[in-house]
Design a protein around this ligand. Structure first.
Ligand code: ZN
Length: 652
């Protein structure tokens, strides 16, 4: 009977909790929180103001695994019921405005707030989308309740604290500072953010006067320019293109260690993976420009207007992807823009062939569908209705639903209003139907971009007689890369005179290097690209054993990206080159094992583990680090560690 009772209870409570926004509107949240990085803990309080729209017998605030000490309702202590993920307050609430609920709590969060070690330093950061902010802050998981937050964060003086809104005050409190961040407009709780670490910042001002703050680690001052390159240009461009002023007081960007995603668009405070912090060489291979533009576009599409539920997720991701692409077009040109659309159309086509395509309105769609098909809808729509109608409709949509939420039909209605006619069949084709309209997409691109036509026609597998010639002609780099990937043997001396990207393809695909091209191939080691250097070093080392010492000596000081792609390869090649630095082998091996330790980020650790597996040398320290990796917050590392440790055990 007990079991039945529990099931019944859950059923009842989920029913009564489902529509809280119909009865209750939380309007303001004042957060006072002490963050203690050394003990992975937080404690403090949150005070919400709320209105009762219709009489109701209880209200709740989401709180996952938090220790709730006390609750006060309108300044009086009140009994509360703490469930695993909620605090419920029973009371006869009648229609009223400006009630107060105060919740005192503490926690050692396991999710949504992460305490990480970065080398010798500690860092704390949050991720509220897909994880629920209520794991560290009693708040409202329902994205449709928009709240104006103020955050007062207390933390040891040695750390910088970054959060949503404007820093209006920073007070000394013993050995701590109290950082007071103020938001003036409401947002969904999943967008509340906190980053605590050792940072400096550089500030620029947008054309419209918005402060743009670029955070960076103290030792990374030389990486600020390449990492944040084009930030202001993209900000000014998007503000003009979207035609609705940036909605928040300022815009901050903070890199964090071992982040779960590429970036997250917390309101006025984007947090992104420090793997995107690059030097001027890394910029050529793996820069932050796309993620930068994407999270910035979300400040309007997602933060200002939020999708009501999962089936309208493309209103956030599709728009952010499309506007990021427009910003990149502004910087890298038309060819870049059309090839990006061409590539994603191919991926969407392949997804359908694999039987995995879904309607854009299916809440279980893949990221590819939400992001890229979403972007395609907007490109196709703009091509159909024209720039003016499109821009006006998007503007109307944003203004009408600002600081609130919307669904797909709300957007369609705004477009049809400005267009002056129904667009039913268009939206059926691009949004609703299961298959991505691949043929229409490619046809549209072929009309819009000559280079796409040319690319489609260049095919060395079908006709190889012209390939060598084409590699030195004026066709697009993209087409040249395709030729090299298909037939690297057509590469001649002249083909090396091409751009960085084409030379990169030569480094990657030409695994057999003819003697006559040795000198040209060696010149790839001087390219301003860590990907090119990595591939060139490997292929030269394999092809010309007698020159191994020379290649290792030349590249001995290059580390590559933050995942040390060049350094790790270099160590492994060195360990396999008996006469080069014979005394140094043990130290190099230890260095490689050390990269598997907790102090380094997930990608570097995975790379190091992979190399150790390849050379069959995962020693006790490596195994200890592998064991420890299984309990990391990054699921990719956990999955990898479990698989590798199983493989190692099977061998024993
Ligand atoms: Zn996004």
């Amino acid at each position: 009977m007990k079991q039945f009772f529990i099931i019944f209870f859950i059923f009842l409570s989920s029913l009564s909790f489902a529509q809280q926004t119909d009865y209750v509107d939380f309007t303001h949240g004042m957060v006072k929180l002490e963050v203690v990085p050394d003990s992975n803990s937080i404690s403090g309080m949150v005070a919400y103001k709320f209105d009762i729209k219709k009489p109701v017998d209880s209200i709740f605030v989401d709180a996952e695994n938090l220790d709730i000490a006390d609750v006060f309702l309108n300044n009086e202590p009140i009994a509360f019921n703490q469930l695993k993920d909620k605090v419920v307050i029973k009371n006869q609430f009648s229609t009223s405005k400006d009630n107060d609920v105060l919740i005192l709590y503490s926690a050692k969060p396991k999710k949504a707030m992460y305490f990480v070690n970065r080398g010798e330093h500690k860092q704390v950061w949050t991720q509220g989308q897909g994880k629920y902010t209520s794991n560290w802050l009693p708040s409202i998981d329902d994205v449709n309740d928009k709240i104006e937050f103020d955050l007062l964060i207390t933390c040891d003086k040695k750390y910088e604290v970054v959060s949503n809104g404007l820093l209006v005050d920073k007070q000394v409190n013993g050995s701590s500072f109290i950082w007071h961040y103020d938001m003036q407009k409401p947002m969904s709780s999943y967008l509340v953010a906190l980053a605590v670490g050792n940072y400096s910042k550089k500030t620029e001002t947008s054309k419209s006067g918005i402060p743009l703050e670029y955070y960076y680690y103290l030792e990374d001052s030389l990486k600020v320019e390449p990492t944040y390159r084009y930030s202001k240009q993209m900000f000014d461009y998007l503000e003009e293109e979207i035609a609705v002023p940036f909605p928040w007081q300022n815009y901050k960007q903070v890199p964090v260690h071992d982040f779960l995603y590429a970036g997250m668009e917390n309101t006025s405070c984007t947090i992104f993976s420090d793997a995107y912090v690059v030097d001027s060489i890394g910029f050529n291979d793996r820069n932050y420009v796309n993620v930068n533009a994407h999270e910035l576009a979300h400040q309007w599409f997602g933060d200002l207007v939020t999708a009501k539920s999962g089936e309208h997720h493309w209103l956030q991701e599709g728009f952010a992807t499309y506007y990021a692409l427009l910003a990149e077009k502004e910087i890298f040109g038309n060819e870049y823009f059309y090839f990006a659309l061409f590539d994603t159309a191919q991926e969407l086509g392949r997804q359908d062939v694999a039987g995995e395509g879904t309607s854009l309105l299916n809440p279980k769609s893949s990221s590819l569908t939400f992001y890229q098909r979403g972007a395609w809808v907007l490109h196709a729509l703009r091509s159909k209705v024209g720039d003016n109608v499109f821009t006006q409709a998007v503007k109307n949509y944003l203004v009408k639903y600002q600081f609130s939420s919307a669904e797909t039909n709300d957007f369609i209605t705004e477009v049809e209003k400005v267009y002056g006619a129904k667009l039913t069949s268009f939206f059926n084709l691009w949004v609703e139907q299961k298959e991505f309209p691949f043929d229409s997409a490619i046809h549209l691109l072929q009309k819009q971009a000559v280079k796409i036509n040319e690319y489609v026609m260049v095919d060395c597998e079908a006709n190889s007689s012209k390939c060598a010639e084409q590699l030195t002609s004026y066709i697009s780099d993209k087409a040249k890369v395709r030729i090299i990937a298909q037939n690297p043997q057509w590469v001649t001396k002249d083909a090396f005179k091409n751009s960085l990207k084409v030379r990169q393809a030569i480094a990657q695909y030409m695994t057999v290097i003819p003697k006559g091209l040795k000198e040209e191939f060696e010149s790839l080691l001087d390219d301003k690209s860590y990907l090119t250097i990595e591939s060139a070093l490997y292929n030269l080392w394999v092809n010309f054993p007698e020159e191994r010492t020379k290649y290792l000596f030349k590249t001995r000081n290059i580390h590559g990206f933050s995942d040390k792609n060049v350094r790790l390869l270099w160590i492994v090649l060195n360990l396999n080159t008996p006469f080069y630095e014979a005394d140094n082998k043990a130290a190099l091996y230890n260095e490689l094992v050390d990269y598997t330790s907790e102090r380094y980020d997930a990608d570097l650790r995975i790379n190091a583990f992979n190399y150790l597996k390849m050379i069959k040398s995962c020693d006790d320290n490596c195994k200890k680090n592998l064991e420890n990796a299984k309990s990391h917050h990054n699921w990719r590392l956990v999955k990898f560690a479990k698989e590798l440790s199983e493989q190692l055990q099977n061998k024993n």
